[in-house]
Design a protein around this ligand. Structure first.
Ligand SMILES: NC(=O)c1ccc[n+]([C@@H]2O[C@H](COP(=O)([O-])OP(=O)(O)OC[C@H]3O[C@@H](n4cnc5c(N)ncnc54)[C@H](OP(=O)(O)O)[C@@H]3O)[C@@H](O)[C@H]2O)c1
Length: 292
């Protein structure tokens, strides 16, 4: 990974920061992205100190804001001119249905639309580094039904994280189909569990009513079960997809915990789902985009 430029969203903490650490240790020039400039600078300082690599930069963007994604892509173009790897790692969970300033449901905006839009905006820089790689990070329960009537949580919001990750996978598969693998490959990583800000802040309201009494017990168990080196272990699937020379030119694959090959959920392969999610992303991001 010597001198390869890698941008990782949501990398000032959690699994994203461990992904950045792993890739910096392999020699990559790592660009961290978080919402807050101070936290991003502090994370970059820590990684420079602990990895001994000077090639760790920090940029800021809130992935729920389309204006920030446009600015981030412009910054990357100006500063680096090319991008070897983009890892769309940032994701959010919201307790109640919220709309962003762009009028998009917030979880759909961060977990599905941001990977779609940022990848499109950075295609010129990725193509300049061809064969470049995009890694989209899935999670929650990616198997199951994707409800096309509830893509923005219009009908139900409980466990909506699952819906957004299924939609992300359908979008990723469609992107991989449309994008020539000789230019840019698009693959999906499932990290496995880690005790991070995401599940530390989980509110009982995000669970189905019957399971809510168990949430306090879960809160006690999660740090024990998924603390320690769990975030580093969870970063391995993204690190592998970003760096393994054997995966050069390989697109449309899905790897699970530890980077083991996994089977795509049927909902992500379903053509109707893929087209519906793609069309919604096109519409919500402002303008129809030509096939990449
Ligand atoms: N943790 C798990 O058990 C687990 C399981 C399966 C899948 N995953 C997936 O793994 C990925 C990383 O999860 P994680 O648990 O490491 O998450 P996390 O701890 O909540 O991620 C924190 C990172 O995300 C950034 N972030 C949060 N909201 C953001 C926003 N609106 N815009 C830009 N950055 C934002 C934070 O930056 P600032 O706060 O500095 O802005 C920080 O860098 C996600 O895609 C998640 O779905 C996690």
């Amino acid at each position: 990974m010597q001198d390869r430029i890698v941008l990782i969203t949501g990398s000032t903490g959690g699994i994203g920061k461990e992904t950045a650490r792993g890739l910096a240790q392999l020699g990559a020039h790592v660009v961290l992205v978080g919402r807050d400039a101070r936290r991003a600078a502090a994370a970059a300082d820590e990684l420079r100190r602990t990895t001994g690599s000077a090639a760790v930069d920090a940029l800021t963007a809130d992935v729920t804001r389309q204006a920030d994604l446009h600015r981030l892509a412009a910054d990357v173009g100006e500063r680096y001119g090319r991008l070897d790897v983009l890892i769309n790692n940032a994701a959010i969970v919201r307790e109640r249905r919220e709309l962003t300033e762009d009028g998009v449901e917030a979880m759909f905006a961060a977990n599905v639309l941001a990977p779609y839009l940022l990848t499109h905006l950075l295609l010129p820089q990725l193509r300049a580094a061809a064969p470049a790689r995009v890694v989209n990070v899935t999670g929650a329960v990616p198997n199951g039904r994707l409800d096309l009537d509830n893509l923005q949580g219009e009908l139900r919001h409980t466990l909506f994280i699952n819906q957004t990750k299924r939609a992300l996978m359908a979008m990723s598969h469609e992107f991989a189909t449309r994008c020539p693998a000789g230019e840019v490959t698009i693959n999906v990583a499932y990290p496995g569990h880690a005790h991070t800000a995401m599940n530390r802040d989980l509110s009982a309201r995000t669970f189905p009513l019957v399971t809510r009494p168990l949430v306090p017990v879960l809160r006690l168990l999660l740090p024990i079960l998924y603390g320690g080196d769990a975030a580093e272990k969870a970063s391995r699937s993204s690190v592998l997809l970003a760096s393994d020379p054997a995966l050069t030119g390989v697109s449309g694959t899905y790897v699970g915990t530890g980077g083991r090959p996994a089977t795509w959920p049927a909902c992500a392969l379903d053509e109707r789902n893929r087209e519906a999610v793609w069309a919604l992303c096109e519409r919500l991001s402002g303008a129809p985009r030509a096939t990449p």
